[in-house]
Design a protein around this ligand. Structure first.
Ligand code: SF4
Length: 195
């Protein structure tokens, strides 16, 4: 079995509750959505066996691994990877679009999801540590309310939309003022210019 990958790099978590935490980001290839504004290249660049992937992760200092994509809940061999990372003592986080309620998610330490307003009927996830919704316009209010009814989470965040580098805090603030129990998650990596 091999894992289809886009990139592996070490950086700080840029958003949500774990903002600022040093992490190894493992970006898997492939996604089951096609968001019109998607700026993530999810094409496979290389593949690794489990042993190769573990060795690459171990070459970085961070002891938190973020499995991201694309859509990481679609990867084959996820249970084996999770078990190996656990055995090696890593804190494991997953970033998902909430369309797949993979059974192995219960074994990771942190699930962050970002359901997409363009695909409201595809949400399958029922539980997460945090939910992040991008506020493109005021219609995000209704979507956030719907998401909160579907996904039980510790934290609910609204993220400002990025229009070609212009971060729209005004819309995020307007959306937040109409919601209860949601707070702002700034995308620090975009503001400070790190990956
Ligand atoms: S879910 Fe994420 S990676 Fe997939 S198309 Fe949408 S923005 Fe891109």
């Amino acid at each position: 079995m091999s894992y289809k990958l886009v990139e592996i790099f070490e950086s700080l978590q840029g958003e949500g509750r774990n903002t600022g935490r040093p992490c190894v980001f493992v970006r898997f290839a492939g996604c089951n959505l096609a968001c019109p504004w998607c700026d993530t290249d999810v094409r496979e660049r290389f593949s690794m066996t489990l042993e190769e992937l573990l060795a690459e992760i171990a070459s970085y200092k961070a002891k938190t691994v973020v499995l991201t994509g694309g859509e990481p809940t679609l990867i084959e061999g996820a249970p084996e990877l999770i078990a190996a990372l656990k055995a090696a003592g890593y804190f494991i986080a997953v970033e998902t679009n909430a369309t797949v309620d993979a059974p192995w998610l219960q074994f990771v330490d942190y699930v962050a999801c970002s359901p997409k307003a363009e695909f409201p009927d595809k949400i399958e996830l029922k539980k997460a540590n945090e939910v992040r919704v991008v506020a493109s316009d005021d219609r995000a209010v209704e979507f956030c309310q719907r998401v909160k009814e579907i996904i039980e989470a510790d934290d609910y965040y609204v993220s400002p939309c990025d229009h070609d580098g212009e971060i729209d805090f005004a819309t995020a603030k307007s959306v937040l003022s109409k919601l209860d129990g949601w707070s702002l998650s700034v995308q620090l990596h975009k503001i400070l210019g790190f990956r």
